[in-house]
Ligand binder design. Structure first.
Ligand code: 5GP
Ligand code: MN
Length: 347
């Protein structure tokens, strides 16, 4: 097994947890399976150590993840920012999960920066904002934050089985399963080892699979059909494909948070397409999702042209242009990126 962290930091984290009286757990905006899986797993883990905690997320998570938040205990900042302030003012330990830069937590950013609490970051994105935290556990060599958390929790309890209640195991499995898009990307040998351990510990993979990938609404399936039939463009010369969903498209199919999850991967199933983008029009911006299945770095692509970042093969960002200008903007950005790569090769 690879080592993702030193023994010393495990002890430091344990000490910080044991000393803390008011623990707040946070994750990034538009939380996905890994975000919600990691916060509910950590909360469950703390609870098994007799520690209470409050989880705060910037905005609502998709409905298909609500089974991980059974008592609806997760506080949504956007819905009650005053309550957030109370929780954050009181916090003496903040545990940040599944994001690298504080700007990814929207309204929570200011509270975290101003807080005097001990701050811990546990994440798997490149380029963590380490200076904003007291302790950082970060590697890109795992599938997900949930996987990293799995190895960390195991280490914290020296591998004892009692330390992993079912809610923790279940949440960790869900985060790993969603971030790998059901074991199809960013899977390492350690990921299978974790999956093996969790299945041995009794995780019911069929039920979780059904809840996460088999719980879509009819509208969502029809939106997917519309997206593929009418809204997808393939740019053969760049090996790229993109889908644009306007507010009108989303309204027509009764869009709910999380309904477009997974759409961005679809163009990659076409032979010759190795770069893919999904643009969804929101109130005041266009949300961008980017994927690649070769060495084209969508992390760099997003940083340069889409006001975002992410991993080498999965990234996101935002655009502030009219939705009608997106096709031209995307093609121009691709061209500039390829020209730049070519120039670099020619040098
Ligand atoms: P998704 O396309 O699934 O929303 O995001 C893919 C990856 O890119 C995720 O790992 C996410 O953390 C990262 N990402 C998504 N949106 C943004 C963004 O606006 N800014 C940054 N820095 N990263 C993002
Ligand atoms: Mn993640």
């Amino acid at each position: 097994m690879k080592r993702y962290f030193e023994d010393e930091i495990v002890n430091d984290i344990l000490k910080a947890v044991d000393l803390a009286k008011n623990i707040v757990i946070i994750t990034h905006s538009n939380p996905d399976g890994d975000a919600i899986g990691s916060v509910t797993a950590f909360e469950g883990y703390l609870s098994s150590r007799g520690k209470e905690s409050i989880t705060i997320v910037p905005n609502q998570y998709p409905d298909y993840l609500s089974f991980l938040d059974k008592g609806k205990k997760i506080h949504i900042d956007e819905e009650n920012p005053d309550k957030t302030k109370t929780y954050m003012d009181r916090a003496d330990l903040i545990v940040a999960l599944d994001f690298n830069q504080l700007k990814r937590v929207d309204g929570l950013e200011m509270h975290v920066r101003e807080s005097k609490a001990v701050k811990i970051l546990i994440d798997h994105h490149p380029g963590p904002e380490s200076e904003a935290f007291n302790f950082v556990v970060s590697t890109t060599e795992v599938s997900s934050t949930c996987e990293l958390l799995y190895w960390l929790i195991k280490k914290m309890d020296h591998g004892s089985k009692s330390a992993m209640p079912y809610i923790v195991a279940k949440s960790l499995y869900v985060g790993m399963m969603t971030d790998t898009n059901n074991f199809s990307n960013s899977v390492h040998s350690s990921t299978f080892k974790m999956a093996y351990d969790l299945l041995e510990a009794g995780v019911d993979k069929e039920t979780l699979q059904l809840k996460v990938f088999g719980g879509f609404s009819e509208e969502r399936m029809r939106l997917m059909g519309h997206a593929l039939l009418n809204k997808m463009t393939i740019l053969k010369e760049y090996g790229a494909g993109f889908i644009i969903l306007t507010k009108g498209d989303l309204e027509q199919f009764g869009y709910c948070e999380g309904d477009t999850e997974g759409f961005v991967n679809m163009p990659l199933n076409i032979k010759g397409v190795t770069i893919s983008a999904l643009f969804s029009e929101k109130e005041d911006h266009i949300r961008v999702s980017l994927r690649s299945s070769d060495d084209f770095s969508v992390n760099k692509f997003s940083k340069k042209y889409f006001n975002g970042a992410g991993h080498e093969r999965a990234a996101g960002g935002k655009l502030y242009i009219p939705v009608g200008d997106v096709p031209q903007y995307f093609e121009k950005s691709l061209k500039a990126m390829f020209d730049k790569q070519k120039r670099a090769q020619d040098l």
